[in-house]
Design a protein around this ligand. Structure first.
Ligand code: ATP
Length: 239
């Protein structure tokens, strides 16, 4: 569907003990749209994604994807509901081959023919993964492992993809590469929610962004507007 597959989040709040890490965050992502969350270290970006996925407990929050109430879905069932997640730090299985890692991403899909098509699509997006499909994932470079982590998330054919700091540790050239892929995925109708410390990169691939500070949304707007905001330019773009 179209608008019916939108992610809508309101009043998302996370506490760790007595500390409020995420405070009443609201956001929405339509299919083919990409939303960014920028902010400095500790602003609450990762906790926001983990709370969406059900990986940390929520104090409050209403989360829907189309007609589905995701706030009732357990983390391990999210993929079945069309939500892909690429965690910070990649977490590929180092001892397994590239192809085994990718096939594990399709574990919830039963139809083998469809899995073969999806694998071919992922290899088209990341030709290097096809070249290295028999290698142990642990032998890939950091950038290649990041591509593998994204590819693995795509194997479940998500409607929405959550990405936590995909640029971390990558060379500028590889960052470009990953950005091109994200733009292509968006144009194929996937919704993207991208968490990044790298504001410049984020503005380049998103239509809208939130700026998080101390667990709250401090600013929001189109990426274009934010990229021209004086305060954002000083704090997040270093200009
Ligand atoms: P980073 O860029 O480092 O990932 P972030 O913006 O994603 O930063 P979070 O990792 O979400 O921020 O952290 C938000 C706040 O919650 C920080 O003050 C952090 O110290 C705290 N925090 C994160 N995880 C936990 C945890 N498991 N227990 C207690 N406090 C935590």
């Amino acid at each position: 569907g179209t608008g019916t597959d939108s992610l809508a989040v309101t009043d998302l709040t996370v506490h760790y003990g007595g500390v409020c890490a995420v405070r009443s965050v609201a956001l929405s992502v339509a299919p083919g749209e990409s939303m960014g969350i920028i902010g400095s270290n500790g602003a609450g970006k990762t906790s926001t994604l983990k709370a969406l996925m059900g990986l940390v407990p929520r104090s409050s929050g209403r989360i829907t994807l189309g007609d589905t109430d995701l706030s009732k879905v357990r983390a391990r069932d999210m993929v079945r509901h069309g939500v892909g997640y690429v965690p910070e730090g990649r977490h590929v299985f180092p001892g397994l081959s590239v192809e085994k890692n990718l096939l594990l991403g399709a574990y919830c899909r039963s139809w083998k023919g469809e899995t073969r098509d999806t694998l071919a699509h992922v290899y088209d997006l990341f030709p290097i993964l096809r070249d290295f499909r028999g290698r142990a994932a642990g032998d890939l470079s950091g950038g290649q492992q990041q591509m593998l982590a994204i590819g693995r998330a795509l194997m479940s054919r998500p409607r929405l993809l959550l990405l936590d700091e995909p640029s971390m540790g990558l060379s500028p050239k590889l960052i470009e590469n990953v950005l091109d892929i994200l733009v292509r995925l968006r144009s194929e109708g996937l919704g993207l929610l991208l968490v990044e410390q790298n504001a410049k990169l984020t503005f380049g691939v998103t239509s809208h962004c939130l700026v998080m500070e101390n667990g709250s949304v401090a600013m929001s707007g189109t990426s274009e507007e934010l990229a021209h905001d004086e305060r954002v330019r000083q704090i997040y773009l270093g200009l």
